[in-house]
Design a protein around this ligand. Sequence first.
Ligand code: TYM
Length: 332
Amino acid sequence: MNRILSGIQPTGNLHIGNYLGALKNWVRLQAEYDCIFCIVDLHAITVPQDPAALRQSTREVAATYIAAGIDAERATIFNQSMVSAHAELGWILTCLTPLGWLNRMTQFKDKAGKNKDSVGLGLYSYPVLMAADILIYQATHVPVGEDQKQHLELARDLAQTFNRQFGAEYFPLPEPQIMGPATRVMSLRDGSKKMSKSDLSDYSRINMTDDADTIALKIRKAKTDPLPLPDSIEAAKSRPEAENLLSIYAALTDASLADTIAQFAGSEFSRFKETLAEVAVAKLAPIAAARGRILSDVGALDAILRRGAERANAIAQPNLAAIKDLVGLLRP
Ligand code: TYM
C-alpha cells in the first residue's frame, strides 16, 4: 500500500489555508493510503517558542486533525519529537546535503529576511529534517500546499543522493500531492501575499477557531476590487483577490474553480461574500466545536499521541536500523 506522510507546525492557530491546502485533502486520502500525520514540533522550535504555548499548540493541532476528520484508529497521529528516528535520519541527511541546495530555499530567505546571520541553524536546515520526516517511513506521497513544493523537491533529491551514494534503492522518491482549487490561499488583506499564521493582521486570515461573526466580518472586510465577479478563469487571473475568494469557495464546497466562477459570474462582491461566509461557517463551526470537545479530555488526547508514536516507531526503528547498516554505523 502506498504511504502518506504529512505534517503541520504547532505554532499557533491553524487557518483556512492549512485546512484547504492540506488537512481537508488528508481526510479524503485516508481511505486510499496508509497515512501518517505528525505535528512537527521539532520544526516549530526552529524559531523561539514559549514551552507552555508549544505544548498547548501541539495538543491543539492534534485535536484539529481529529476534529477535521482524521481517524486516529486508521491514521497514525503523533508529535514528531516522540519518534527520535526523525532527528537521527535528519542528521545523516544533513551530512549529504550540499549547502548550495539550502541556499536556494525561498522559504528560508523569506523567514530569515535581513537576519540571515542571527537566525538559528535549525531554520536553515529545516528542509533536511522535513525530508527525514518523509523518508524515515519510506513514504511515497506527501499531500501539502503549494508553498512546500520546493522543500519536497529537496526531499526527492536527498532520497536520490542517498540511494546513489549507498548503492541501494532504499528510499522511494516521494510524490507531492498538491491538490484541490486552494493550494495557495492568499491573505484576505492582500491578494499577492500568502495567508500565514505569522501575518500581524488577524484580518488577513480565517482561523479554524474563529466564530461565525468573526468569519463573516473578516470576509466582509476582505479586500476586493470594484468590478463585478469575473466570468472566466482567464479574467480571474488578473484579479488576485477575486480569484482567492472564489478558490476558497470552490474548495469549501468541493467544486471546481471553473464551476464556481460560472456560478457567480457578474455578481456583486457583497452578495458573493455573504454566501461565502455562510459556507465557511457551515464548514468550520462543527470542526471548531469538535476540537473544543477533544481538547477538554487531555488524557485521552495524549493517549492517542502516545499510541500514534508507538505505531510510528514500529515502522521508523527498523528502517533506521537498515539505514544505519547501509551507512556503516555500528548498532548495539
Ligand atoms: P506549515 O505548518 O507551514 O503548513 C501546514 C500545511 O498547510 C499548508 N499551507 C497552505 N496551503 C494553502 N494556502 C496557504 N496559505 C497555506 N499555508 C500553509 C502547507 O503547505 C502545509 O501543507 N514544512 C511544513 C511542515 C512539515 C511537513 C513535513 C510537511 C514538516 N515536515 C513533512 C509535509 C511532510 C510546514 O511548515 O507546514
